[in-house]
Design a binder for this molecule. Structure first.
Ligand SMILES: CC(=O)N[C@H]1[C@@H](OP(=O)(O)OP(=O)(O)OC[C@H]2O[C@@H](n3ccc(=O)[nH]c3=O)[C@H](O)[C@@H]2O)O[C@H](CO)[C@@H](O)[C@@H]1O
Ligand SMILES: C=C(OP(=O)(O)O)C(=O)O
Length: 418
């Protein structure tokens, strides 16, 4: 099993070209099946989740070619409606294929999705919305069978701005009869990227990035699409913390700085110096991190839950007491026990963590329990005294392209042992 081994203490300096966003490319790849057409997609990150989505598209009958970070998907030959069970269980985003396949084939059979264990992650809002659009849904033995002879546009009020549910509804509604309006839609930038991709294919969607999205159903899409995947704001945020935690000086290129405002604000509070323009930034870590009174995770544009574990690693060496309140997921503190093993002083009370900064973390054997939790252990290891070993690296590979290589290039003493 892969392990990361690192020796902390090095100051990280240099430049990082931030990769394309996992949470944008996954729904876009699902969207490639909506119409039998060809998509050329640039800036596709090399990630385990992307490989799983590729395997699903191949199993459905699509043909795919990939050279480095460019992917060509031809969805014309698609001829299957069942998503292979073992692949659907590998990642959460498989669920987004429900809406896309209903649009394309009027039918899809899929098992309950897998992904990071960060809470129960129900899909009730997805299913309710698809039913509202006219789909019939049968659930048995862990499988979901959705069918719709014709989807009809409707008004959908989401109880919570769920990212996945918003994407599923958009994908189901693009070719429905009439107009669909989503209220209390998720406002994440990745939804804007999905809208941009689909509109290039001929869809008529407006409002992504706001809480009201309007989808006018169209009969036919244009044939081919070329798209450049947006940069990964969570990868960018993770390298910002790598700089902050090591008193480093890192320049990030190929970012959309605006997507990072919530993270920038908190890292400035922690004492970092940040200089930015539209598509790049420089972050300089302070001698000692300031504690932060409160970090509360929220839907975008609030502080992202996908950065919660990483900022916790940073605050574990802050000068003072910090509070983190996780409001998005039920159970996203699995990294806490691992950080404690490294000497952090953290107590959790339900969805709140109180972090009393310590002067020094110490390296030890740890286990990545999920993607961002795994990244937080790497960040802690960068500054911990001595040797840190991290098991279950496959979690980290779900969301970070060449993580150890990039950190090594910045000066970290880090190896991946395969
Ligand atoms: C591939 C992808 O884009 N993943 C992101 C997406 O996940 P995902 O789309 O799964 O996250 P959601 O926004 O749907 O989930 C937010 C909250 O809503 C709840 N919920 C969601 C749907 C539903 O039908 N019922 C329900 O109760 C979830 O359990 C969770 O507590 O957004 C999350 C929140 O920003 C991020 O952490 C994930 O990285
Ligand atoms: C939780 C995450 O991903 P997913 O929704 O794919 O499990 C994440 O990217 O941090």
């Amino acid at each position: 099993m892969d392990r990361i081994i690192l020796y902390g203490g090095n100051r990280l300096t240099g430049e990082v070209n931030v990769s394309g966003a996992k949470n944008a490319i996954l729904p876009i790849l699902a969207a490639t099946v909506v119409e039998g057409n060809e998509s050329t997609i640039f800036n596709v990150p090399n990630l385990r989740d992307v490989e799983v989505m590729e395997k699903i598209l191949l199993a459905l009958g699509c043909t795919i070619k990939r050279v480095d970070n460019i992917m060509w998907v031809n969805s014309k030959p698609l001829d299957q409606v069942k998503i292979p069970d073992e692949l659907a269980r590998e990642m959460r985003s498989s669920i987004i294929l429900m809406g896309a396949m209903l649009s394309r084939c009027g039918e899809v059979i899929i098992s309950y999705p897998g992904g990071c264990e960060i809470g129960p992650r129900p899909i009730d809002m997805h299913l309710k919305a698809l039913k509202d659009l006219g789909a019939e849904i049968e659930e048995s033995y862990g499988f979901i069978h959705c069918r719709a002879s014709k989807l009809k546009g409707t008004e959908i009020q989401l109880d919570y701005p769920s990212v996945g549910a918003t994407e599923n509804i958009i994908l189901a509604a693009v070719k429905a009869e009439g107009t669909t309006i989503i209220r209390n839609a998720a406002r994440e930038p990745e939804i804007v990227d999905l809208q941009n991709y689909l509109n290039k294919a001929g869809a008529r969607i407006s409002g992504a990035g706001t809480s009201v999205i309007i989808i006018e159903g169209v009969n036919e899409f244009k044939k081919d699409v070329t798209h450049y995947t947006m940069p990964d704001r969570i990868v960018a945020g993770t390298y910002m913390i790598a700089s902050a935690i090591t008193r480093g000086e890192i320049i990030l290129k190929n970012i959309i700085t605006d997507h990072l405002q919530a993270v920038i604000a908190k890292l400035k509070e922690a004492g970092c110096l940040i200089y930015s323009d539209e598509n790049s930034l420089k972050i300089i870590g302070p001698e000692r991190i300031n504690s932060i009174e409160m970090v509360q995770t929220l839907p975008y544009p609030g502080f992202p839950t996908d950065m919660q574990a990483q900022i916790m690693a940073l605050l574990s060496i802050a000068n003072g007491i910090s509070i983190i309140s996780e409001t998005v997921f039920e159970n996203r503190f699995k990294h806490v026990e691992e950080l404690i093993r490294m000497g952090a002083n953290i107590k959790t009370f339900g969805k709140v963590a109180i972090i009393k900064g310590v002067k020094e973390l110490t390296g030890t054997k740890t286990t990545a329990k999920d993607l961002r939790g795994g990244a937080s252990l790497v960040l802690a290891g960068l500054v911990a005294k001595g040797r840190t070993e991290i098991e279950n690296v496959y979690h980290i590979k779900r969301g970070y392209e060449d993580f150890h290589k990039i950190l090594k290039g910045l000066g970290a003493n880090i190896e991946l042992v395969e």
